[in-house]
Design a protein around this ligand. Structure first.
Ligand code: 5GP
Ligand code: ZN
Length: 116
């Protein structure tokens, strides 16, 4: 379901431009507008889900598709062998600022742990 007041639903609908690098029937991936690493891609389900807390069994194929897309994009971005990170922030306390679930795919630099 698409929400007109949701930034990422509007990107899926083509109402707001984005540097889209991958699309499937379930997910869309585009470059983050404020990249935190040389490769920083956001992978989102076409169907609106606000946070991981809202995920149900029905969403399982979409969430699987997010990770499969991450694997493909890591290969095509040339970061698969060196290593990369996938992050999904849930709610404001974890830093979520756009309330349409998205997987951050980050790579191209050395990552540190623990995350901030
Ligand atoms: P969050 O903080 O919710 O985990 O991640 C939201 C991400 O969306 C941030 O990394 C932010 O830079 C990115 N972002 C916010 N607005 C836009 C936009 O209009 N276009 C793109 N490509 N990325 C955006
Ligand atoms: Zn949305």
């Amino acid at each position: 379901m698409s929400q007109t007041d949701c930034l990422f639903c509007r990107i899926v609908a083509g109402d707001i431009p984005a540097d889209i690098i991958y699309e499937s029937d379930r997910v869309v991936a585009f470059r983050d507008i404020n990249p935190q690493a040389p490769t920083h891609v956001l992978i989102i389900p076409r169907a609106h889900v606000s946070t991981i807390n809202d995920m149900t069994e029905d969403h399982s194929p979409d969430f699987a598709a997010l990770f499969l897309a991450a694997r493909l994009i890591a290969q095509s971005e040339g970061i698969a062998d060196d290593g990369y990170r996938v992050v999904m922030n849930c709610n404001a306390g974890a830093g979520q600022s756009v309330f349409h679930v998205h997987l951050h795919l980050l790579g191209g630099r050395r990552m540190t742990w623990p995350p901030g």
